[in-house]
Design a protein around this ligand. Structure first.
Ligand code: AMP
Length: 285
């Protein structure tokens, strides 16, 4: 596996691959890799890509909370071993100044997404999707992937990236892969590493809350009733600070009312356990 740290080296690597007509599958990550990330690598290897390229970069412009950025887990050596084991062909691990040469991204350009960035994560993490769009654009320009793999875990990010690709005409197919969970239902996340043992024990309550809302909807309750039941359930655990629990249209993120068609609905949750903010979501079908 090639370990690449500079843009110029990556460009050279990609140029050679393109010259050989090789198809490139790309998996952008922020590292501290777990089975969720590795499922994306496997998806890329299983589909008709000749090369699978992963990137590991903790992107400062997408963090609206300095504490979250500073404490974001980093385990490069472990990550490289995991990627090697999966048969990943190349990993790009740039520094911040490599990706944002002028001023570490402080005054970089902005991309806006209208309504899509004003709800859910966008509402609670101002500027987050601008940072995501910037780094994804930079990486797509460098890697020139044929397909790029993203996790349903970050549902809103998937919609933002699709919009970016559509509007800016990136010639890449976006593939969205299912959420990988721990045995107790907790969605895998690099941030889980920051949970204390007591917080880790409580964390699956997020998934239980989603399941409760899902079952309530599927058994004929309205959105309002399902939401109320789910909020009442999670309120039993004062250590969990709920930020939002919303039942929305999975394509537009518009709020849903009454009894929506199960094909449309997704339940999204964000909550703090101590200082760690976790998100998860669950579709009805
Ligand atoms: P991150 O390193 O958190 O930026 O995630 C990199 C990619 O992995 C994103 O496309 C995420 O949606 C995806 N991902 C993160 N956690 C999971 C998970 N539990 N299951 C599936 N994909 C995931």
């Amino acid at each position: 596996m090639q370990i690449i740290r500079e843009k110029s080296t990556l460009r050279q690597y990609i140029k050679q691959a393109k010259h050989r007509n090789q198809k490139i599958g790309f998996v952008p990550t922020m590292g501290a890799l777990h089975e969720g990330h590795l499922s994306l690598i496997r998806a890329s290897k299983q589909e008709n890509n000749d090369l699978t390229v992963c990137s590991i970069f903790v992107n400062p412009t997408q963090f609206n909370n300095l504490d979250d950025f500073i404490n974001y887990p980093s385990q490069e050596k472990d990550d490289i071993e995991k990627l090697l084991k999966e048969g990943c062909d190349a990993v790009f691990i740039p520094t911040v100044s490599e990706m944002y040469p002028s001023d570490n991204g402080r005054h970089s350009l902005s991309i806006h997404f209208g309504k899509l960035e004003t709800v859910l994560e966008g509402k609670f993490r101002p500027g987050h999707f601008n940072g995501v769009a910037l780094i994804v654009s930079k990486l797509f320009h460098l890697v020139e992937p044929d397909k790029a793999y993203f996790g349903q875990k970050d549902l809103q990010q998937c919609l933002i990236v699709r919009k970016l690709v559509e509007d800016l005409g990136f010639p890449v197919e976006i593939v969205v892969c299912p959420i990988v969970r721990e045995n107790d239902g907790l969605a895998m996340s690099s941030r889980n590493l920051r949970l204390s043992p007591a917080e880790r024990k409580l964390a699956p309550k997020l998934y239980e809350t989603l399941l409760l809302a899902k079952n309530a909807l599927l058994s004929g309750n309205t959105v309002e009733e399902a939401q109320q039941r789910a909020c009442d359930f999670i309120a039993q655990f004062p250590e969990i600070r709920l930020e939002y629990l919303e039942i929305v249209d999975k394509y537009t993120l518009d709020s849903l009312q009454y009894r929506p068609s199960p094909e449309k609905a997704v339940i999204c949750i964000a909550a703090y356990l101590g200082k760690v903010r976790l998100i998860d979501n669950l579709t009805l079908v």
